[in-house]
Write a protein that binds this ligand. Structure first.
Ligand SMILES: Nc1ncnc2c1ncn2[C@@H]1O[C@H](COP(=O)(O)OP(=O)(O)OP(=O)(O)O)[C@@H](O)[C@H]1O
Ligand SMILES: [Mg+2]
Length: 206
């Protein structure tokens, strides 16, 4: 059966789609690539059809999502990145319960962290992903309190701000793929470890 990482959270623009694509890109950029598929569930998004180191599938309608999940879950060596949508707390709850791991991105701002803590309380299986985090020490120090607001055992290491990261989801993927491979690999390995998924279990036997 395929493994599932779900990107959840009620706040719009928190980095769910970006994180889903980064993790998938990281999986596809490993020395022994892990087959990954981003399943887009947000009706507002347009699933990409360009050539990538991972696949993007359309699960934007109820029927489409069910059909894709039925088909994809049956695949033995596959990581499914379920890219959620804002303001769907009921679906987030179910998804967090059945996924191997639910990841809840949040950005360094007071409202964002407040919402993340609230979401974490409602989703005991989820871990937060501090997203778009400043790398400069002085700025990082200023937002330290947002990190500390989330218990350490409920969060992944912060993922840094990368200029023009929007290229990943857009037409600039081809040009950005090489530069993004290294940070994406780091995130993918972090998430797989947290989900207790051994990447070797998802690659073709040697
Ligand atoms: N680490 C980062 N560095 C730079 N930009 C980032 C980073 N993470 C997210 N962003 C930017 O934040 C914006 C929102 O991200 P994204 O679309 O992934 O959020 P979302 O949670 O999927 O939104 P929605 O709820 O609308 O689906 C995008 O422009 C994205 O490029
Ligand atoms: Mg999105």
């Amino acid at each position: 059966m395929a493994k599932v990482i779900a990107l959840v959270g009620s706040k719009g623009g928190s980095g769910k789609s970006t994180a889903a694509h980064l993790i998938a890109h990281g999986c596809g950029s490993l020395a022994r690539p892990v087959p990954a598929i981003v399943l887009t569930t947000d009706p507002e998004e347009h699933p990409r059809t360009d050539r990538r180191r991972y696949v993007v599938a359309d699960g934007r309608t109820r029927e489409g999502l069910l059909a894709q999940m039925r088909k994809l879950l049956a695949v033995d060596r596959l990581l499914i990145l379920l890219d959620g949508a804002a303001a769907r707390p009921d679906l987030d709850k179910v998804v967090a319960e059945v996924a191997d791991l639910a990841v809840l991105p949040f950005k360094p701002a007071a409202q964002d962290v407040e919402r993340a803590v609230d979401n974490l309380n409602r989703l005991p299986q989820a871990v937060a992903l501090p997203m778009d985090w400043p790398a400069l020490p002085a700025t990082a120090k200023r937002v330290r309190r947002y990190l500390n607001a989330v218990p350490e055992d409920r969060r992944l290491p912060p993922f840094k701000h990368i200029p023009r990261l929007a290229d990943l989801l857009g037409d600039g993927y081809g040009e950005a793929a090489y530069d993004l491979a290294s940070p994406a690999r780091g995130l993918a390995l972090e998430v797989l470890a947290r989900a207790r998924i051994d990447p070797d279990d998802l690659t073709e036997p040697r």
